[in-house]
Design a protein around this ligand. Structure first.
Ligand code: AMP
Ligand code: MN
Ligand code: MN
Ligand code: MN
Length: 286
């Protein structure tokens, strides 16, 4: 039951080397354990390749692992991320959908490389791919390569100068629609949660419209407490969750120790009256 643990012992959003995190799933689970967190979700971008390795280590350390994924999606041209929790990673509909996104990512990496070439920077695609290994390739890998090669001082500059929306090497992305992404998660028996709603910089009216459509499409909740949005967003998002009858989730969005991100488990509790997503999903946390 949710009352058994203070909510900070639950962290339902983090990344490993399977996407743009910097730790192996094994090392990530060890770090979760060392932080005193008892329940974790591994939510790599658009793939579930890290889950099996994480499961083995979580079993060894008595960590409850929630199988997850963070699906890249969009709503009215706004890029959004949807976290799927409690998914069955074997589900064919989910995996078929994710493989479409991974194919798009491969194509986009070529395009980003071409645009960087036009901007006078050679070999970026090969460099980013080498950093990603055989795994998901994303803008974070390009950003880290640009820093490593001395083209940018830090990854923020890489996004601000080259990779961010409207910048020189930005490829407008045709992500999967919100209802489609939610459909895959639900097909896999999961719970769809809107990731870091505070990060999209939407007006209150637009965010309410997004969440209303999210709920109508079968989504059940939103990240009320997220390491990827301002701590002050928690109150407002808690109100929205209560008003719309949506569940709340908590997640650090941890990518690795060197990112200045929120540390694992360092999250405030859900505001009073917000139903935890793990209760809504009927999951018994033991
Ligand atoms: P992608 O999904 O490949 O388009 O890349 C998005 C990822 O890049 C996010 O999940 C973040 O991890 C990272 N990211 C986005 N914006 C920034 C930024 N301004 N600085 C550093 N990393 C960022
Ligand atoms: Mn990321
Ligand atoms: Mn995200
Ligand atoms: Mn994330």
């Amino acid at each position: 039951m949710s009352h058994q643990y203070p909510v900070s012992l639950i962290d339902l959003h983090m990344h490993s080397l399977a996407s743009d995190g910097t730790m192996t799933p094994t090392d990530l689970v060890r770090r979760v354990h060392a932080a005193g967190v008892r329940v974790m979700a591994l939510t790599d971008h658009d793939n579930t390749a890290g889950l099996e390795e994480a499961r083995v280590q979580a079993t060894a350390l008595d960590i409850q692992l929630v199988p997850g994924v963070e699906v890249s999606s969009e709503w009215n041209t706004q890029g959004i991320h949807i976290v799927g929790l409690f998914i069955d990673p074997e589900n064919n509909i989910l995996q078929g959908g994710l493989s479409r996104i991974m194919a798009f990512r491969d194509w986009r990496a070529l395009e980003i490389g071409r645009l960087l070439e036009d901007a006078g920077i050679s070999d970026a695609e090969a460099g980013a791919r080498a950093m990603a290994g055989s795994r998901m390739v994303g803008r974070s890998h390009f950003a880290r390569w640009l820093v490593r090669e001395g083209h940018c001082a830090d990854t923020n500059e890489a996004f601000g100068k080259y990779l961010g929306r409207g910048c020189k090497a930005y490829v407008p992305s045709d992500w999967i629609s919100m209802p489609e992404a939610i459909g895959w998660i639900n097909a896999a028996g999961g719970s769809a949660v809107l990731a870091h709603p505070g990060r999209y910089k939407l007006s209150g009216t637009r965010l309410r419209a997004l969440l209303t459509e999210f709920r109508e499409a079968g989504g059940i909740g939103l990240e009320v407490c997220s390491g990827s949005q301002a701590a002050g967003d928690r109150e407002h998002l808690g109100c929205l969750a209560r008003q719309l009858g949506m569940a709340g989730s908590v997640g650090s969005d941890f990518h690795g120790p060197n990112f200045g991100h929120t540390a694992i488990g360092h999250l405030p509790p859900l505001p009073d009256g917000v139903e935890p997503v793990w209760d809504r999903a009927g999951i018994h946390l033991h």
